[in-house]
Structures are given as structure tokens and as C-alpha cells.
Write a protein that binds this ligand. Structure first.
Ligand code: 5GP
Ligand code: MN
Length: 387
């Protein structure tokens, strides 16, 4: 039976490298008095979880001041992830963010690989400051130049997992997860759970090891799952039905497998009363179909008029390459994203990129991109469909 075939190629331990890196990190934290954490635009569970886990470690273990900064507000669906942490968002309170950045003597960057993921203004505000910067991230191809210390590992499930292994090696924690504050453990588990879609992707033995350490400490995983998967509003479920019934397009590729895409206009989102963040996870749904190996979603952003692209794929199909080449983005091999700009002006505002002139062009553009990217691939149909 194919199902019992084992994969021995996975990396068993996520953090190679000398201990001195964690020691340097510890030293930098000890020397700093005001630490700012930064994470990416449209912060997801991993961005938020790693930021607040770092906050809790810095404040509760080291007794230092910490402020978390995000480019934009936390989506209501992820509101459950904060509880008394000090944080500001650039879109609501740029002035306060600037002040915190100006006063910081260490900036800890979490869950992004290039500064452009913060937006132009916030990036400049940080890069203009002459203070040490540390990166903790699991995305491919980090721009390491702006950093004094880099923890970058693409083999880990999430930034939360990477941060867990780093914190474990700091002198205060000394390998004992019981020494981490409870809310730090909870945030690490919650962020990893969302980024792996509850252990369905990017997991390695070390991910389970981390989870089991945290469970042993008493983290309420069931409670996290209720918050993540069972606390949505009815509007979201109704929109999901509409997408599956009316909006989903299937593209048959000459190489034998199918791709799908759907487009959510601002009008549809407001008709269903959808809040920011509530479309999270929809892009995974088409992959439940055996023949569909790539799923693309486009969601209109009411403020900018641009379309946010989310893509998910199955093994052997690179969502990342598609996003890099056609959607002004990038990401992980099987989970990537980007933006299609509406109009040249919008593209220029973000430093240039591919743009379309009207929303009517989105569907044909996506279809052409998928066909262009994957049509020439070999027919692996029989082999890949064996299960
Ligand atoms: P999502 O579809 O959940 O928005 O994004 C999936 C993954 O794609 C994220 O974890 C992130 O790594 C990556 N990603 C999303 N948007 C962008 C983007 O605009 N640029 C790059 N480089 N990566 C992105
Ligand atoms: Mn992540």
C-alpha cells in the first residue's frame, strides 16, 4: 500500500548551527532596554503569535520593556490572540509607532524575509534608525543585509516554532520549557497551529516535539482549536457556500491535473457582511478535490482597490513560483501570496509591479498565468494520482 511509504528525508532538528548564535541573541537582549518587535502586513497567526510570545519572554523573563508593532490592525478573527500585550499598528497610530521605533535600542523582526513586507513607510522608519536588528523567520530568500543577527530556517513549520527552539537555548530557559511564561507557550502553540493549518502542512518531527513539550507544560490546545476553527460568524459560512456554488472556476491543464480560482469583489464581501480576516482559509478548500492541485484566490481590498492573491498547492506544484512570476509576491513552496495592482499609479506607490486596468481583467489574467506557468510541465498524472 502506497500509504505506508515512509519519508526519511525530513530534517529532524530545525536549528543547526552553533550555540553562540543564541548566546549573541541573549547578550543583545540583555544589553537592550527598549525592545520593539515587528511583523508583516496583514499579520497572520504566526506573525501575531511570535510577536506576543517574544513580548512575554522579554517582559516577563527578562524584565525589559517591549512593544509590538504591526503594519496594520489585527483581524477580528485573530483578536483572541492578544491579552494585555502592548502593541500598536502603523495604520491606526503611525505617530506612536514612530516614537516607539525612535526610542528602541533593539528591533526584533519576526516572520518576514524582506522589509517590503512591512510597506514602504514603516520600512523606512525602521531602516533609518541606527540600532541593532535581529531577524527570526522561516521564509525562503531572506534579505539578511539589514540585520545584525539572523535566525532563518526554511525547514521549520513556522516562526513560532523557530522562536521556541531559540528561546529554549537562551540561558534563562536552559532547555526547560516550564521556565517560559504560560502566555509565551500559549502564543507559540497558537501561532504554529495556525501556520501549519493544525498540523496539515510544513510539519517536521521537531514540530511535534515542540507541541508535545508545550502540551506537557499544560497548554490548552483544545481551547486554541476552538478559537481558531470554531468561533467564526455565520456570514463566513454563507459566503463559503456562495464561493463553492457560484464563484469557483476550474482550469483543466494539458499536463493532466486541474487548478481552480475564485475572485471576491469588495461588493460581494460587503453584501455578505464579511470582516477583515474572515476569508482566511477559503483558499484551502478546493484542494480537498483530488484532481485540483493548485488553488488561487483573489480578494479585492476596498481601501486600495488592489487584489490580494492567495495561493495553495500540492506537492510538486510551486505556488511560490506562480506568485513570484505573476502576482508580485512570493512565499513558501505550497503556500504563497501577492498583490495584483489596479492601475499603474497603485503599482508605483508600492515601488512598481504587474498591474491591471480593471477588475474584469483579473479572471482572464489568473487563468493565463496558471496555463502559462504549468502547461509545459510533464504529465505525471498516473503517478501522482495513485492515491
Ligand atoms: P496568505 O495566502 O496566507 O496571505 O499567504 C501565504 C504565505 O505567502 C505567507 O505565509 C507569506 O509567506 C507569503 N506571502 C503572502 N503575501 C505575500 C507577498 O505579498 N509577498 C511575499 N513575498 N510573500 C507573501
Ligand atoms: Mn509564518
Amino acid at each position: 500500500m502506497e500509504h505506508f511509504k515512509e519519508d526519511n528525508t525530513r530534517t529532524p532538528v530545525p536549528l543547526g548551527g552553533p550555540l553562540s548564535k543564541e548566546e549573541s541573541f541573549g547578550k543583545m537582549l540583555r544589553c537592550a532596554q527598549r525592545i520593539v518587535t515587528l511583523s508583516h502586513t496583514l499579520p497572520d497567526g504566526d506573525a501575531i503569535g511570535s510577536s506576543f510570545a517574544a513580548f512575554s519572554y522579554i517582559q516577563d523573563v527578562l524584565g525589559k520593556s517591549c512593544t509590538c508593532i504591526f503594519p496594520n490592525r489585527i483581524a477580528p478573527t485573530l483578536d483572541f490572540m492578544h491579552d494585555g500585550e502592548k502593541y500598536f499598528t502603523w495604520d491606526i497610530n503611525e505617530g506612536r509607532c514612530r516614537k516607539e521605533i525612535e526610542r528602541a535600542d533593539l528591533v526584533l523582526c519576526l516572520d518576514f524575509n524582506v522589509f517590503s513586507r512591512l510597506g514602504a513607510d514603516l520600512s523606512s522608519a525602521v531602516l533609518e534608525r541606527d540600532c541593532p536588528r535581529v531577524l527570526v523567520d522561516h521564509h525562503v530568500g531572506p534579505d539578511t543585509a539589514p540585520f545584525d543577527l539572523v535566525f532563518s530556517d526554511t525547514s521549520v513549520s513556522s516562526t513560532c516554532e523557530l522562536l521556541y527552539w531559540i528561546l529554549l537555548r537562551t540561558p534563562d530557559i536552559a532547555g526547560d520549557p516550564h521556565r517560559l511564561p504560560a502566555r509565551c507557550r500559549w502564543n507559540l502553540m497558537a501561532g504554529m497551529t495556525t501556520d501549519t493549518n493544525n498540523f496539515s502542512n510544513s510539519t517536521t518531527p521537531s514540530t511535534f516535539r515542540m507541541a508535545s513539550d508545550l502540551l506537557e507544560c499544560g497548554v490548552d490546545r483544545d481551547g486554541i482549536l476552538v478559537c481558531v476553527n470554531q468561533s467564526y460568524r455565520l456570514q463566513r459560512l454563507r459566503l463559503m457556500g456562495h464561493i463553492l456554488e457560484d464563484l469557483l472556476h476550474v482550469v483543466h491543464l494539458p499536463c493532466g491535473w486541474d487548478a481552480s480560482y475564485f475572485i471576491l469583489s469588495a461588493q460581494t464581501l460587503s453584501k455578505f457582511g464579511i470582516l477583515k480576516g474572515e476569508t482566511e482559509g477559503f483558499v484551502n478548500l478546493p484542494l480537498t478535490v483530488g484532481d485540483i492541485r493548485l488553488s488561487v484566490s483573489a480578494r479585492e481590498d476596498r481601501d486600495s482597490g488592489n487584489f490580494r492573491i492567495s495561493t495553495r498547492s500540492k506537492s510538486g506544484v510551486s505556488a511560490r513560483d506562480l506568485c513570484r512570476e505573476h502576482f508580485n509576491g512570493g512565499g513558501h513552496e505550497l503556500a504563497a501570496g501577492g498583490t495584483l495592482y489596479m492601475g499603474e499609479e497603485n503599482a508605483k506607490k508600492e515601488g512598481g509591479g504587474i498591474f491591471l486596468s480593471s477588475p474584469d481583467e483579473i479572471g482572464p489574467y489568473i487563468e493565463k498565468a496558471i496555463l502559462g506557468q504549468f502547461s509545459s510541465e510533464g504529465t505525471e498524472k498516473d503517478e501522482s494520482k495513485s492515491c
